[in-house]
Design a protein around this ligand. Structure first.
Ligand code: 5GP
Ligand code: ZN
Length: 114
């Protein structure tokens, strides 16, 4: 999608600090980190939110999820622990409508869920 920020990051039209990339997905550092490690992991294909996930996305979602521990290991937080967050819609505070996991760690995270 031309007007999607994360699609533009995938196309390298907008620079980002990439920590993981393969044919299907991209991981890059959040521009406003909420923890010492804050990575966004996204499918390269445009899926606007959790609400748009269809059965046909099963393979890519499984792959996206399976890469999380690899990213955590690369960022040095696999053993210390980390949190994975996926915001869906207004009440969750989703601001970028291209599906993304937040991977947060590098400190003891607050336990609140809202
Ligand atoms: P959401 O609130 O939609 O779950 O998360 C969107 C995230 O994208 C936010 O944590 C925000 O800091 C991050 N973000 C917004 N614009 C950019 C950008 O241009 N580059 C990067 N690397 N992160 C961004
Ligand atoms: Zn997009």
């Amino acid at each position: 999608m031309d007007n999607c920020l994360f699609c533009r990051i995938v196309k390298k039209e907008i620079p980002s600090s990439i920590v993981y990339e393969d044919d299907l997905i991209l991981g890059f550092k959040d521009i406003q980190p909420q923890a010492p490690v804050h990575v966004l992991l996204i499918p390269k294909v445009h899926i606007s939110s959790m609400n748009e996930i269809k059965e046909e996305h099963g393979k890519i979602i499984a792959h996206l999820t399976s890469v999380i521990p690899q990213v955590a290991e690369k960022m040095g937080i696999k053993d210390s622990g980390y949190r994975v967050v996926l915001n869906c819609g207004k009440d969750a505070g989703q601001t970028v409508f291209h599906l993304h996991y937040h991977i947060l760690g590098g400190k003891t995270l607050e336990t609140q869920f809202g």
